[in-house]
Write a protein that binds this ligand. Structure first.
Ligand SMILES: [Zn+2]
Length: 55
């Protein structure tokens, strides 16, 4: 059994449209539930879904 790290590392996501940045999974990001595609991240500033999510 592999041990999961106790802390989750913080990555950042960035909007390619307006340059908005916030930590991945942060409450600042809007989330869209898209049937078939699953969950997408949406920029709260410009409502673009062209967001680079951190890994
Ligand atoms: Zn944006």
């Amino acid at each position: 059994m592999a041990n999961e790290p106790a802390h989750v590392k913080r990555t950042r996501s960035r909007c390619r449209n307006c340059g908005f940045e916030a930590p991945s999974g942060d409450d600042e990001w809007l989330r869209l539930e898209v049937p078939k595609l699953g969950r997408m991240t949406q920029c709260p500033k410009c409502e673009s879904t062209d967001v680079i999510t951190g890994r």
